[in-house]
Design a protein around this ligand. Structure first.
Ligand code: SER
Length: 311
């Protein structure tokens, strides 16, 4: 990776990944892009770019001599269910558009898939890397299509496509928007602000999660990995922990003993959570490129409670 374009740079991952990549590759070599201008502008180049506008993406890649695209632009799971047509257009057609522009210029491409690429028919515990995938959300359907499309571009055109299946990502720099795993971010903000949280996800619903610093490290580690060692290229299962609301609350109580958790379950987001795995098998990522997250639940809780902005 030398000249990088990050799409969807205003999102939860984008805000931090752009900073992380600039720290490694230099400010001027990492262009942030999004359909909207960022509310706070960062150091380094930014472009307004609609990932569904193939001409604009192709012109940008050519003009800026980009050789790697990190394609993050997308609509998260719960929001996608409120407008499946828009979600398909941005998440599936947007990826296709960016893949085509990147192929024409010989760029490599990183695409984040998700635990949402699995469905109720997938094994729920220790979900294997290669297994049945029949997701029941439009977000998941687009992610499976994206995984296959990225594999296809590698097979057919020799394009250097790589990607992971992200679990729920927890961070303090930018809030996620419209996801199912967002509760695991909101709970820390509410714990710091009010000492209590009402969860829209039910007790006993386990989902895979990871702290943002480990997610940023994983993107760079995979993109820099020796291609000869990659048996898979895309959609590597990665996760650092699996917990339910009670588990994260117990971790918070080790630092804030009076923290209170209550429930007001949202049936729509609960149905999505129920269709996703409880825990992933990440052995392919470990074996093929050395994936090794450093934050477990308690280490993440300690860091989040220190860093979440106090009201
Ligand atoms: N964290 C995402 C969501 O909840 C899944 O990848 O939509």
């Amino acid at each position: 990776m030398k000249k990088i374009l990050v799409t969807g740079s205003n999102g939860q991952i984008g805000v931090e990944l752009v900073r992380h990549l600039r720290g490694i590759y230099g400010d001027s070599n990492v262009t942030a892009s999004d359909i909207n201008k960022p509310s706070v502008s960062d150091e380094g180049p930014f472009a307004v770019l609609d990932v569904c506008d193939g001409k604009a993406v192709a012109e940008f890649l050519e003009g800026s001599k980009v050789d790697c695209v990190v394609h993050l632009a997308g609509i998260l799971s719960a929001k996608a269910e409120t407008n499946p047509q828009l979600a398909w257009n941005v998440n599936a057609n947007g990826l296709y558009t960016v893949l085509e522009a990147a192929r024409a210029r010989g760029c490599s491409l990183f695409f984040p898939s998700s635990i949402a690429a699995f469905g109720p028919a997938s094994p729920q515990k220790n979900t294997p890397q290669d297994t049945i995938q029949r997701p029941t959300t439009i977000y998941g359907v687009a992610k499976v299509a994206g995984e296959l499309l990225c594999d296809y571009y590698h097979l057919k055109y020799g394009m250097d496509t790589r990607g992971v299946r992200f679990p729920g990502l927890i961070s303090y720099a930018a809030l996620p928007g419209g996801g199912t795993t967002d509760y695991a971010v909101h709970i820390y903000y509410k714990a710091v602000a009010e000492g209590k949280y009402t969860s829209y996800i039910a007790k006993g619903s386990f989902m895979d999660m990871m702290y943002m610093p480990d997610a940023l490290g994983a993107v760079v580690q995979l993109m820099e990995a020796d291609p000869k060692k990659l048996i898979h290229r895309n959609a590597f299962n990665i996760s650092a922990m699996s917990f339910d609301p009670e588990g994260i609350a117990a971790s918070i109580r080790k630092i804030l003993p009076d923290f209170k958790l209550s429930y007001d379950v949202d049936p729509k987001r609960q149905a999505i959570a129920d269709s996703w795995p409880d825990s992933l098998d990440c052995s392919a990522a470990r074996d093929e490129w050395g994936f090794s997250p450093s934050f477990d639940l308690d280490a993440m809780t300690k860091d989040m409670l220190q860093r979440v902005p106090k009201p």
